[in-house]
Design a protein around this ligand. Structure first.
Ligand SMILES: [Cu+2]
Length: 148
């Protein structure tokens, strides 16, 4: 009699546990929201702002300013854009200070060793512009930006 009683209780426990497991799994599947990209309200506002900023920055173009092995180059060094196109450049210096200089457009931007710097330019006038690095121009650190 006792054995039957305990057996019943164990059976009830097993059924109870498994059914509650099923239920919780189902519930999780239904109401589990996608993980939020950012958790707090403040950060969400920041995210919205940065999305707006990104929109206003136009197209992102990354340029590596390389200097390893005494070879000084922009990568890429030749770029073509359309007149009126807004470009945000992200320049990154490898291990030395470099500049992103275009005399005709009065552009002089710099990045310290190992650092990146972002700036936005809207190219208004078609033409071919000579890009160079002030300290490394004579070492061949030059490029060309063509605006069509
Ligand atoms: Cu340089």
């Amino acid at each position: 009699m006792r054995n039957i009683f305990f057996g019943l209780i164990i059976l009830i426990l097993i059924i109870g546990c498994s059914s509650s497991d099923n239920q919780s799994n189902k519930t999780n599947e239904i109401i589990s929201p996608p993980p939020p990209a950012k958790v707090t309200g403040d950060l969400k506002t920041e995210k919205e702002l940065s999305a707006q900023e990104t929109k206003d920055k136009g197209k992102l173009v990354e340029i590596q300013m390389l200097d390893a092995g005494e070879t000084y180059t922009y990568e890429p060094s030749n770029l073509t854009f359309k007149a009126g196109e807004k470009i945000t450049f992200k320049i990154t210096s490898e291990t030395e200070f470099h500049t992103f200089t275009i005399d005709e457009l009065d552009i002089y931007e710099t990045a310290d060793a190992g650092e990146s710097y972002e700036f936005t330019i809207t190219f208004e006038t078609a033409g071919t512009y000579r890009l160079y690095c002030v300290p490394h121009e004579t070492l061949g650190m030059i490029g060309e930006i063509t605006i069509q």
